[in-house]
Design a protein around this ligand. Structure first.
Ligand code: ADP
Ligand code: NI
Length: 221
């Protein structure tokens, strides 16, 4: 006798909460809730996957995060596969793990793009949560967690020239150029592209106001 879908969801929620202790608060349970709901909204419009699969994948998408783990050789995803097998979800295990491995923008172990609509939608949901007012809050929260500075005019030139690639000791404002401002153009689905417009605009508005206040207070150009 197998588990019902709602039992599988409950088991997954408990597993995720248990595994995310110690993450920064931009990666907390509410990030998971938002990504889960955004992914469901995208899937309602796009209709590309089974809603149950979308839910399970969104719930598990940050369970293994390279930024918070010492192990980083690909094998760390075994705990997700093990969980899915134990919770009566072995038929979906391989697909879900493969999608999760490839979701992260910053994941260096990425194989080539997986042609799976499940990936496109959960990735879009994750990216939407990284931009807009919430994305800004998460960036500064993560920057604080890493003890990064808010902004430095010395790094600003590098921002303009480089606009990409992570550099150590970069500021959180640099992170806008390295990642946040690029996400709008990386949305996979049309639904997410539309949802990204307002959030992206808010990043521009925020940066403009930030520089205005910075220049007013420092007199630097
Ligand atoms: P992914 O969603 O692909 O896992 P990350 O884990 O790299 O992306 O990022 C998760 C959150 O942390 C995002 O909101 C992202 O903007 C933020 N973040 C990641 N790296 C930095 C950084 N160097 N400075 C500020 N925020 C960061
Ligand atoms: Ni995430």
């Amino acid at each position: 006798m197998g588990m019902k879908e709602d039992e599988k969801i409950l088991a997954t929620e408990a597993f995720v909460k248990d595994n995310m202790k110690g993450y920064d608060s931009g990666h907390d349970w509410w990030h998971i809730v938002r990504v889960r709901n955004l992914a469901a909204i995208i899937n309602e419009k796009e209709g590309l996957a089974d809603p149950f699969l979308v839910d399970i994948t969104a719930l598990l998408h940050d369970t293994v995060d390279s930024k918070f783990r010492t192990r980083n050789d690909g094998k760390e995803y075994g705990i997700i596969a093990e969980f899915l097998n134990n919770a009566d979800m072995s038929p979906i295990s391989e697909r879900v793990v493969n999608v999760i491995k490839n979701i992260s923008f910053s994941n260096k172990n990425q194989t080539e793009q997986v042609p799976d609509p499940l990936l496109w939608m959960v990735q879009d949901a994750d990216r939407l949560d990284a931009i807009g007012a919430i994305g800004i809050a998460r960036a500064f929260n993560y920057g604080g967690f890493r003890n990064n500075i808010i902004f430095s005019p010395d790094l600003a030139n590098a921002d303009e020239k480089l606009n990409t690639g992570y550099h150590e000791n970069s500021s959180t404002i640099s992170h806008f150029y390295e990642k946040l401002l690029l996400l709008r153009y990386r949305m996979n689905t049309l639904t997410a592209k539309k949802l990204a417009v307002e959030r992206h605009k808010f990043l521009d508005i925020y940066l403009k106001q930030f520089y205005k206040e910075w220049e007013f207070a420092t007199g630097l150009k």
